[in-house]
Ligand binder design. Sequence first.
Ligand SMILES: Nc1ncnc2c1ncn2[C@@H]1O[C@H](COP(=O)(O)OP(=O)(O)OP(=O)(O)O)[C@@H](O)[C@H]1O
Ligand SMILES: [Mg+2]
Length: 460
Amino acid sequence: MASILVIDDDREHLSAVADILTKTGYEVKATDDGETGLKEIEENDYDLILTDLMMPKVDGLDILRQAIAVSPKSKCIILTGYGTIRGSVEAMKKGAFDYITKPMTSNELLPTVEKALQFKHLEEENLRLKRELRKRYRESYIIGTSEGMKRLYHFIEKVADTDCTVLITGGSGTGKELIARAIHYDSHRRDKPMVTINCGAIPTELLESELFGHEKGAFTGAHKRRIGRFEMADGGTIFLDEVGEMSPALQVKLLRVLQEQTFERVGGTHTIHVDVRIIAATNKNLSQAINNEKFREDLYYRLNVIPIKVPSLKQRKEDIPLLITFFLNKFQRGKEKRDLGFSPQALEALLEYDWPGNVRELENFIKRMIILCDNDVIELSDLPEHLQYRSSTIREPDVETPEQGRTLNDAVRDYEKRLILEALEKSRGVKAKAAKLLNIKRTTLIEKMKKQNLTGNVSG
Ligand SMILES: Nc1ncnc2c1ncn2[C@@H]1O[C@H](COP(=O)(O)OP(=O)(O)OP(=O)(O)O)[C@@H](O)[C@H]1O
Ligand SMILES: [Mg+2]
């Protein structure tokens, strides 16, 4: 039930209005004294406030001002006598929802009251949806219910809406960029840009102008002024990926941005101020880089205000089934959707495997399976060989000679097979790499694999 406060020094009119509203089913508080009205607004959250405009001591505009200040969600309707319309227009400019002229019938009063309440309801609904949407980034894009991931979510929720610098560490493909996105889109900066730059992928000479922009003529080829990523990200977030790759000279400049939020464009003298939240990521061990004098210690401490370590997939294998389902749905969308799944043996092999490339490797693997497998159930034999034999065949070599004896050739053959499989697993099925590990030629490896009947369905 909506609550309404009515304030009018004309008692007769006050009780008439209160009557109509009470009979309609609203919870009504009526007062003929402006000061009591102010106190009521301070103490209670009314959905709607109806106030007379002209009153002694405290008038309608005072009431409106108080409502906006202490109870901003309440709507305000001005009750106005003949001849004071101008005052009501003034009140509307200051934030009143509407005005009604006195005296009024219930037909004049109720539609406006309902409209105001409906408006308030919509505003609240809108706010609620926005809040929900805000949660959604993390909830709909980051998969995992393991303890490690739960801890991560907790962290994201805590830090997202602050302006703190965050340093995300973790192996390749663990989801560092995804987490940076969640932090940005779950922060108050979400409507402003998130600008990403991979410090490892841009040649050192170009990185400075990429980050800070340059003035016309700053260097050969600088035909025009160009703004850098920091300026593009103003008001939003910059994601400095592979920050460990930054050159020492640039590290100094970055340190200054972190300390003062200011910089100059390359070739420029004008100091530019930006409001940018910095999220950095690295899969390097920065402490080691500091010891080797590759990374500045002072910069490290500035970046590492909030450290977030993303667990490897190996550390959270219980999330693998969820991730598989997520990716199967993701990549089958739009196409004719199959009810694709893995056989228990295949799933076991996937759980057994260590996923050195983490979630990205799993993601690419599922993509491949969708394309390659015609059957709805993916069997163990459909998996790439480095996944297939992991659980069943890789054991310590059996060096004991069994009672019944065995030929040396068989034993050597077995041993060779295991070594090949191990190398294939380590190289994730890339034969050239596996051959290198075994110190043999790629062609020799392929020949041996043929002899061992190790022809998988995925080449590399
Ligand atoms: N928890 C997760 N849930 C769903 N998808 C994930 C998750 N973690 C990672 N991914 C997906 O895996 C891929 C790799 O993630 P991302 O690029 O964020 O990793 P990264 O740690 O930045 O890797 P790199 O170190 O190689 O840059 C992306 O497609 C991402 O959407
Ligand atoms: Mg990345």
